[in-house]
Design a binder for this molecule. Structure first.
Ligand code: PMP
Ligand code: GLN
Length: 393
């Protein structure tokens, strides 16, 4: 322990504390509760992908430092995936970068592209690492709040336009959106793209839930909109798309100057990561369309199962158009503070959830909202639903 009066943790990080995911997963373990807090699947992704990782390990592929930008096989597979699914063409050598999960992609993008004092606009509630990474880069976050109506949490385009100032450098977009499940529409994305072009803004778009869109929602990458390819860094994740969150394989696609900038920061963070897993993810990205269709159908059934259970338990449910999270409003249960509710929930019925307030700068705006993850086995969701129903009694 230093005797200096100065706090050890610097001012940029002091406000963040321990992530809510660590806190709530620990609470789940400690109380033996069903963990619908942290978003990770309780079953692994496809066997053939896992076997590809075993093979890579055994054959000595990736056991030593892989190339800094990622192995060519994976960069090629990322480029082929973007072309096949979205008609976006990227040069695997200059326009694709492999990262240690989407988390590092976000961190490296912000560290690379921001000068201290630059403003970054992000939708509130936002994924917790956004605020911390903007802070580490010395930027200033400017939240634009998604507000609930019967249709879910929606963006107000006028508020977004009004948030842009002469100091705005970057829009940090996330669609499908964690934690609300909102999927931006073609009209909204068109307006965002027009604004970015008009105000000459960079865009970092976190599309890790690209394969999880339901009903008639469609995932449209921002980079496909006019004027966007040259100003957009797009982020994907094997953790989310293939249910291997522990492997920490993510990627960035973008124009060569943007990817070079992100690589400059990334090389001094992890330098490289996940060697053998990169080989496996290269195979995963080439899985046939049926894999992605089955993945989506499975999650859709789980969404409906948990949403039904939450409704019966008395929650107001915002049925998500994407992701594997459901945001609920706890006020119909006579509750108003999500923190208090989530800390008591394990005792009350053996289920863990996340208070959405942690994803807000304006905490009061998020107070009555609570997030449940449905990327769990059907039996687990059924048991959670039956436990939650005791709240209605
Ligand atoms: N972005 C969003 C919106 C997320 O929900 C997550 C977390 N799961 C990440 C990024 C981080 O992804 P990864 O596990 O690939 O680092
Ligand atoms: N993205 C996951 C979630 O929102 C958690 C990832 C993490 O724990 N950092 O639940």
């Amino acid at each position: 322990m230093t005797s200096s009066a100065r706090p050890l943790l610097n001012r940029r990080l002091a406000e963040f504390g321990t992530t809510i995911f660590a806190e709530m997963s620990a609470l789940a373990l400690q109380t033996g509760s069903i963990n619908l807090g942290q978003g990770f699947p309780d079953t692994d992704g496809p066997d053939e992908v896992r076997e590809a990782a075993v093979r890579a390990l055994r054959d000595g592929h990736g056991n030593q430092y892989p190339p800094g930008p990622g192995i060519p096989e994976l960069r090629g597979a990322v480029a082929a995936h973007q072309r096949r699914r979205y008609g976006l063409s990227y040069d695997p050598d200059r326009e694709v970068l492999v990262t240690a999960g989407a988390t590092e992609a976000i961190a490296a993008s912000l560290l690379a592209l921001l000068e201290p004092g630059d403003e970054v606009i992000a939708f509130e509630p936002y994924y917790d690492s956004y605020a911390a990474c903007i802070a580490m880069a010395g930027g200033t976050r400017v939240p634009v709040t998604l507000r609930p109506d019967d249709d879910g949490f929606r963006l107000n385009l006028d508020e977004l336009r009004d948030a842009v100032t002469d100091r705005t450098r970057l829009l940090l977009i996330n669609s499908p959106h964690n934690p609300t499940g909102t999927v931006l529409t073609r009209e909204e994305l068109t307006a965002i793209a027009e604004l970015a072009v008009e105000r000459d803004l960079l865009v970092v778009t976190d599309e890790v839930y690209e394969h999880l869109v339901f009903d008639d929602a469609e995932h449209l990458p921002l980079a496909t909109f006019p004027g966007m390819r040259e100003r957009t860094v797009t982020i994907g994740s094997a953790g989310k798309s293939f249910s291997f969150t522990g492997w920490k394989v993510g990627w960035v696609t973008g124009a060569p100057d943007l990817v070079a900038a992100v690589r400059s920061a990334k090389q001094f963070l992890t330098y490289v990561a996940s060697g053998p897993f990169q080989y496996a993810v290269a195979e995963a990205l080439r899985l046939p369309d049926s894999y992605f269709a089955d993945f989506r159908a499975d999650m859709l059934a789980k969404r409906d199962l948990l949403a039904g259970g939450l409704e019966q338990a008395g929650f107001k449910v915002f049925r998500p158009a994407g992701t594997y999270f459901i945001t609920t409003d706890i006020r119909p249960l006579g509750e108003s503070d999500g923190f208090t509710f989530c800390r008591a929930l394990p005792e009350r019925c053996g289920v863990v959830a996340i208070p959405n307030a942690v994803f807000y700068d304006h905490r009061e705006q998020g107070a009555p909202f609570v997030r449940f993850a449905f990327c769990k086995r059907t039996g687990v969701l059924e048991e959670a639903a039956s436990r939650l129903k005791t709240l209605a009694a």
